[in-house]
Design a protein around this ligand. Structure first.
Ligand SMILES: C[S@@+](CC[C@H](N)C(=O)[O-])C[C@H]1O[C@@H](n2cnc3c(N)ncnc32)[C@H](O)[C@@H]1O
Length: 290
């Protein structure tokens, strides 16, 4: 269990805050809550980014120091927003966000506001999130249930079911920016819970890193891989995109789509997107009948 709130979750919120102040016609999403989760130099950066020149300077600074990480985060946020909204429109009755960090989809996606949302994270990050949201809005959202939990320490099912998550309903699960920090056992156990708890047709949207990145390392390793390791959250788990059908099929999941963030940015360009890496991927899968 970490001693403090997740630093990587705060980096994610910073990039979302910066995207959210881009002109409405260009930005890929708006997360008006993101700014309340950041502080210090990150808040300063998000404020400077509010005008066009500031935006250019701030993005250039980030993209030079952590090439590809910001556009990669922006596009993954948009792809997941769209997939989750579509799954709810198609009948999902509850949303579980595993390793939620400062994800605010339960508050900002119109479709998600109408269903129960369960956010699961380690207590230090979750407590900080609740405190800052209360400070911002005076209260916590009534459709969101916060479940403190460590994916590496206990089975995922019992705490969520105790919190009111109902097994057997058509559900949607988000697992964004988390797999790379887990062990193979924790990944398997979580996927087994997803397929056991969600009705056939439930959707899982997740991100992962291509295992080739972990195998290669060395000079080709992107700078942000070293950066996340420096703040105590090193990448340690990856999957092989070429083996994805087999990997998911063996776990009663059917692949729907699987894109590198570089591929996705070709469809939804963002400034600086040319640097997005191929190794960071976003995918969606469907729970098959048991
Ligand atoms: C990079 S952040 C992503 C946060 C969020 N999913 C998003 O994309 O905005 C990683 C998150 O995974 C959570 N996390 C990492 N290891 C975990 C574990 N063992 N159990 C529960 N949460 C974990 C961290 O606390 C953090 O909130």
């Amino acid at each position: 269990m970490p001693e403090g709130p997740s630093r990587t979750a705060e980096y994610v919120a910073t990039f979302r805050a910066i995207e959210s102040v881009r002109p409405e016609s260009d930005r890929l999403f708006s997360d008006p809550y993101a700014e309340c989760f950041i502080d210090g130099v990150r808040t300063f950066g998000a404020r400077v980014a509010r005008n066009q020149l500031g935006q250019k300077l701030v993005c250039r600074y980030i993209d030079r120091n952590w090439p590809g990480s910001r556009p990669s985060l922006v596009i993954r946020t948009r792809l997941i927003d769209d997939a989750v909204s579509a799954a709810i429109d198609a009948g999902a009755e509850q949303l579980a966000i595993l390793g939620a960090g400062y994800d605010t989809r339960g508050l900002r996606l119109p479709a998600a506001k109408g269903i129960r949302v369960f956010e699961l994270d380690q207590p230090p990050t979750q407590e900080r999130k609740k405190r800052l949201l209360k400070q911002r809005d005076g209260e916590l959202p009534s459709n969101v249930t916060y479940v403190p939990f460590d994916l590496l320490e206990e089975g995922v099912g019992a705490p969520l079911e105790r919190a009111g998550f109902r097994a057997g309903l058509k559900s949607v699960y988000i697992w964004e920016g988390v797999l790379s920090y887990l062990t193979p056992e924790a990944v398997d156990q979580t996927l087994a819970w997803v397929t056991a708890s969600g009705a056939a047709g439930s959707r899982l949207v997740f991100t992962y890193i291509d295992v080739a990145l972990l195998n290669e390392g060395g000079e080709d390793e992107p700078p942000w891989s070293a950066q996340v390791a420096k703040v105590g959250e090193p990448f340690r788990y990856g999957l092989d995109p070429a083996q994805m059908d087999e990997f998911l099929g063996a776990r009663r999941l059917k692949p729907i789509w699987d894109l590198s963030t570089a591929e996705a940015l070709e469809k939804h360009p963002v400034p600086g997107g040319r640097n997005a890496p191929d190794f960071y991927r976003v995918a969606e899968a469907e729970v098959l009948p048991g």
